[in-house]
Design a protein around this ligand. Sequence first.
Ligand code: PMP
Length: 457
Amino acid sequence: MARSYSLVPQAVAPVSTAYRQIVTAIPPPGAVEVVEKLHRYEPVAMQGQPPILWDRAEGYQVFDRWGNCWIDWSSGVLITNAGHGRQEIVDAIVKQANSKLLTNYCFPNEPRARLVEKLATMFGEEDRKVFLLTTGSEAVECAIKLCRTHGVKAGGRRKNVVISFDKAFHGRTLGSQQAGGIPSLKEWIGNMDPGFVQVPFPDGFRTPDTSFEFFQTCLADAGVQPAEVCGVILETYQGGSASFAPVEYMRKLREWCTAHKALLVCDEVQAGFGRTGKLAGYQHYGILPDLTTWGKGISSSLPIACVIGSSRVMDLHPPGSMTSTHTGNPVCCAAALANIELILREDLTGNSARMGEILHARLRDMKSRHKRIGWVDGKGLVAAVACVRPGSTEPDGDLAWETVNLCVQRGVLMFSPVGLGGGAIKISPPLCIPEEPLRESLAVFEGAFAEAAAKAV
Ligand code: PMP
């Protein structure tokens, strides 16, 4: 359902703690003029988020110009794993910018060489190559291209079907959107490529049958022969629900892909760089995908993404045939290197795992006490809470919307549940959040949820 935020400032109770300050109406009157300008000059599609005018963001907090300060549960949209505005990243960007090398296409540059070496070796895997790109969608497009190229080589022209999962999100470009599993987002495509087929994601609640046999049955029902499959792509956890597939399922999927010469692709754009309490999300499954796609938390800042895979696959295309204007932009590479160093040096992956225990314990406890929570899921510092209508499992977008609204008014910044389609609230603070502000924000969340649920009966 299309929703939009009111731009009429609403008086709210002031908040003042060590971590949160709310001292104006929400939206702050001063923000309204700027937001209106955005509305005038940008497509309506850009209007999804709460009308809070970010002025500065540091660590796990976001500040506006009028004295308001939020504990951030968005990390942008799972971008700032190392934290917002980290000085080390700022310094690396400034240093590279001051060197006067701002861009140089695919000509060699040193930050790019250092970054690809880091990315190829940091996960402790053999024979990895890295192709740097700019956005997550672009990385997914490249993975699809490699699956199809590999498929045709391994099995001929008919080996070109990419299998993905219902409710998946892989981006908004033509290929990545077709690999996605949310039909309403694909209506604009019209003539869909029959080489993209989705099967149910084994989350255990929307798809109760989590056996790998069900994957095979669904393929057969869709009329797909294993020999036609060139690749299987999945988000390491599904963005909308924060749910993981069972380990057993993933191990069997890995074997199945190998047996049928299909490439297994894990889309780590959201899951990567410590978010789930492991450096790479697929490490929870104890498998090695053929290809992985990365973005967001790779730099905690500037736009950069990549595909990682074995040389056998990454070298399928000849020199000059996989390019992108901003590949390996030196300033973005410097930011990514500084970010990765911070994540490793400060063990933010470990913090994500530890804080994740607190987060998930509290959410499970909430679920046991609130009937309007259908399920909670996630690992590390990513979680989703599904709001449902009374006495049913039907998603309740109104309750999710109202909960987020109240949280924003009380100094916990979350992104709007609209994009998550129907009732799921996503929680994803920067991985540097300490225990006290995490617990404080959880208390705010529970209070807001209980109040919204009481109103929405
Ligand atoms: N893959 C996943 C799993 C994502 O969550 C997203 C973005 N939310 C993308 C791909 C697309 O990334 P981008 O917006 O950078 O194109």
